[in-house]
Design a protein around this ligand. Sequence first.
Ligand code: SAH
Length: 352
Amino acid sequence: MSDMAVLQDYNIEQLNNLLGELGEKPYRAKQIFQGLALGLKISEITNIGKDLRERLLENFVDCPVEIIETKVSAIDGTEKFLFKLSDGNIIEGVAMKYKYGITQCVSTQVGCRMGCAFCASGIGGLVRNLTAGEILSEIYAVNRYLGGTREKRAVTNIVLMGSGEPLDNYDNVVKFIKLLADKDGLNVSPRNVSLSTCGIVPNIIRLSEENIDVNLTVSLHNPFDDGRKTIMPIANKYKVSEILSACDVYFEKTGRRFIFEYSLCKGVNDSKTHADELIRILRGRPCHVNLIRLNAVKEKALEGTSEKDAYKFSAMLEKGGLSVTVRRQMGADIDGACGQLRRNYISGIKDD
Ligand code: SAH
């Protein structure tokens, strides 16, 4: 539907060059970058003049990521968003309210090709990568929607935990983190950004060399390679021991403690044997374990561990010397797990 480019993909220097080609003044680059960071459409950046706006609109989409539906949780104020991309694809995101601010969860791909057994995002496979500017525009759109500006952001923290595998869209994700940190943009420090990966080892190493201090989160979900293979196909490619070594390198290079996510599935990864092995492999490492009770997906057979058993598991890890928390469930009333809102929306269209 759209082969137009995304202006939000451009950094100031690239905008400068573009404006040079158009015979425009270079100071317009900052005006455009700052305007886009406010979540404005190209057609709404009134301080650059109508003529330039129209010339930009010949080649660039006016608004690459549009909010088309929102749902607010009556329990905790968590808000889910459905976004439409300029080619008609749909992605989703979430804004979670904490005491210190709002954390937005963003998607990095349309769909996902990792095929984890418990996850709704991968059910239809990968449709396409998002560009850096599209990922950024998810935040621009939500920050504007929630009344934020550049100086006073509504969105304070970002987690790359929506649909997609960030390290399977490496270049765009790294570019996105840099654009997000730009002083003329939203100026979000990478220290307030968490990148979650299923464990693509070579790209964890690459990331450690980028000189961006993003928080690294790895979806572990099982300390045993054989058990991990049954729920995460990527485990056929990289061993848990290789992931741990890559995390150690990440710590050496960045000084940042890493986090393991562990979604507890009833009878699959929540036994004492699993806890003991986690303790054995993680004790002494500069890491934290985040336990999540699996959010059951209707297309999948897996069930979540009960709250009581999740706390038991947590207590075992703690006793073994690990730093651990059980993540509280947010927005339980507005839709299930990651990727489900989009799936429900798409199947709703198909059913009509
Ligand atoms: N691809 C990345 C990021 C996206 S998923 C990754 O694998 O880390 C973000 C987190 O949610 C991951 O830890 C993922 O395993 C977890 N997750 C996915 N579906 C889930 C579900 N139904 N219940 C609980 N956690 C889930």
